[in-house]
Design a protein around this ligand. Sequence first.
Ligand code: XMP
Length: 508
Amino acid sequence: MEKILVLDFGGQYNQLIARRVRDHRVFAEILPYTTDLDTIRKNKYKGIIFTGGPNSVFDMSSPHYTREILDLGVPVLGICYGCQLIAWMENGTVSTAPVSEYGKIELTAKKSPLFENIPEKSIVWMSHTDYISSVPENYEITAFTPDCPCAAMQNTKKNIYAVQFHPEVTHSQFGDQILYNFLYSVCGCKGDWVMDSFIDSTVEKLKNQIGDKNVILGLSGGVDSSVAAALLSKAVGKQLTCVFVDQGLMRKNEGDFVEKTFTSLFDMNFVRVNCGEHFLSKLKGVTDPEEKRKIIGTEFFNVFWNEIRKQNDKGFFAQGTIYPDCIESGKGDAAVIKTHHNRVNTPEDVEFLGIIEPLADLFKDEVRRVGEKLGIPRELVWRQPFPGPGLGVRIIGEITEEKIRLLQDADFVLRDEMARNGYERNMSQFFCVLPDVKTVGVMGDHRTYENLIIIRAVTTDDFMTADWARIPYDILAKVSNRITNECKGINRVVYDITSKPPATVEYE
Ligand code: XMP
């Protein structure tokens, strides 16, 4: 398989670069700048991309790389810091720019393999305070902006290209074409990274690895573990056992839906552990958000590992770990590694032949595409993010059976109405919250004193920041009407109009 290396110097867009490359059907992997040259040489990459980064190359404590990497005969593209790094490695001069560029800037491009099919003038996304003040020998400037005399440079003999701007962000008008040109014209890629071949080769690999042994997977009903389950089922069928812990804090009918999907569409052993009552007893009287989260997390793993012990199967243990969970960060020390938050630690008394992570090379959007191809229902594949502690963090105060029912019912109405109006996949996340609040209302001639429901809906690209979603008034009116009519015990509905920050998406 053709591979592109994204060598990470700590830039905020490093994952985006790899995703854009893969969108062009070429596999890309991200490694930190601390990766040694031998490893890079052995991997036989078709091309190498140096990412951006927050440092100044002329500061000796900044991340650097041995200049031999430029002599491997492998095409290189430097982006932003990566561009300056090439200039620095090749004895050009990088200095603080008299004018920092930030945002959309007009670029004037000259003839270059990198700029094929791109107009002379176009808009690019810039974000830099240093610039190349003197270009290395044997390099020619191929683009400039009003404040950046070297916005791109190249050495076509060595196949080394560098751009000061960010082609990977959508604000760069022809960024996608520039990456395409690098991959196909400069590196000579053919484009063999397609999901069908990923499925075929992964199934083959899983068959060989697992042989006649068994494999156990913790299935949460989330996208990643569902797709891992479907892949494993295709590879080894009944040798796979999926353990699904239903802690009673999922959305209405969700546990049944997960069970029905995997027992009817896929060949596997499916074990559902219903432990809603156990969780309720552990959560009785608990109101502190962090304590609730801690109890739900701890109990989940207690129940899960007890079930695994019961299965007493010394086969393999599979997880739905995906690529962003595995990437080592290029920031700071080599020792800094991104927390593998989706990876589960196995208890000492439970032994396995090994851990299997069939999705460890995929980004989320690729996982979804694989899921669709494997026939997982769209409701599961395109599921919105759902917190691990489930509705537990959407019920403020103590969690009771009655409150779970109320929230599930109201949330069901919201989702139903949004789906009817085509918003199911077109809004990042929406859900209901049950605060510990009752208010006075009137129904017929009677005073009521019932629960309040909050609707929370956000639009966001990355969930780090989010804006409150502008759901049309007509839909909100319908949702409010239906909730107060159909959900006994609720007499008022309010809409949350806070962005993140200062609020968070969830309430606890
Ligand atoms: P916050 O509330 O931090 O949420 O703004 C950002 C995104 O993360 C989801 N979220 C979680 N996901 N386990 C998860 O897997 C959790 O404990 C958790 N808490 C929040 C939240 O739904 C939103 O999409």
